[in-house]
Design a protein around this ligand. Structure first.
Ligand SMILES: C[S@@+](CC[C@H](N)C(=O)[O-])C[C@H]1O[C@@H](n2cnc3c(N)ncnc32)[C@H](O)[C@@H]1O
Length: 276
């Protein structure tokens, strides 16, 4: 089933949560000169035109990146700069997806390995990066594709796992993936995004992960709406082997982000799902 297209949701509050943390991770990982590998299981199309039909349908970016971009919040600078780099006219016209953010942080010797199964999205992704020799785009299943590339060269870096969770089996697939990935590349960092939905499958995914032997898992969650409001009411990110000083950065920044994004009562949680 490949009906999900991220263009309808680009730049929404969940993207802001996910991409802010991703930017913090990439900033931390690029502090050292040593080259890194960035891998993605579910890449999407990299750049979203906010004036197109998909983005305009529900204008989800209006309650996400539009609010944050020019708020000037401390701790959001590197993420907002990456958005500004795509919007040099000063108007918010394009939203960079995770592969574009990774490209923004990448240095000359870094490598990006991007999986995207959807035929059209992967064509757009390939076209987007055709002139960047650091980037390889693969039209294949993201779980199987990334596992086949682990451990990567260079041997430091991270994997972003960002499924659409269209099928409820995805929650178990994520757990199976991370168990195997961690065996193949123990020193890699991993970020797993998930939606907070009333069905609570994300809670059992976390419990299953907690019962594995994997340690050093940090968890950030924000709730923008009441749980019974219908649809996605919050956003979660699990970080395995989070690079320093990610925990401090999230703790210092997320409360301000939440008060910028949320209209009513909102919740911000940062906790260790499994300590080191
Ligand atoms: C949530 S979107 C990705 C958004 C992107 N990571 C970002 O943050 O900008 C999920 C993407 O996964 C793709 N997809 C769905 N199933 C997949 C699979 N098994 N392997 C690889 N990609 C898949 C969808 O076509 C969609 O583009």
């Amino acid at each position: 089933m490949l009906s999900y297209q991220h263009g309808y949701h680009a730049g929404n509050f969940a993207d802001v949560h996910k991409h802010l943390i991703l930017s913090m991770m990439l900033q931390s990982l690029t502090r050292k000169d040593k080259p890194l590998s960035y891998l993605e299981t579910h890449s999407g199309r990299a750049m979203y035109d906010l004036s197109d039909e998909q983005a305009q349908k529900n204008q989800e970016f209006q309650s996400g990146i539009s609010k944050l971009w020019q708020a000037g919040l401390k701790g959001t600078e590197v993420y907002c700069e990456a958005v500004t780099a795509q919007n040099t006219s000063g108007e918010l016209a394009f939203y960079p997806g995770s592969p574009s953010l990774a490209q923004h942080f990448a240095r000359a010797n870094d490598k990006l390995m991007l999986m995207e199964l959807h035929p059209q999205e992967s064509q757009v992704l390939k076209r987007h990066f055709r002139q960047d020799s650091r980037v390889a785009v693969h039209q294949r299943d993201g779980y199987e594709g990334v596992l086949a590339m682990l451990p990567p060269k260079p041997n430091r870096g991270m994997v972003l796992i960002d499924p659409a969770y269209e099928d409820k089996s995805e929650y178990d697939q994520v757990v199976a993936f991370i168990k195997r990935a961690k065996q193949l590349w123990p020193n890699g960092s991993y970020a797993i995004w998930y939606p907070l939905l009333e069905a609570n499958r994300w809670k059992s995914m976390k419990h299953k992960l907690q019962r594995t032997s994997i340690r050093n898992i940090l968890c950030s969650e924000i709730e923008i709406n009441p749980a019974d409001a219908g649809g996605m009411y919050g956003s979660g990110m699990l970080m395995v082997n989070p690079p320093w000083p990610l925990e401090d950065n999230i703790r210092a920044t997320m409360p301000g982000v939440l008060s910028t994004l949320a209209e009513g009562a909102a919740v911000d949680r940062l906790e260790w799902l499994a300590p080191e």
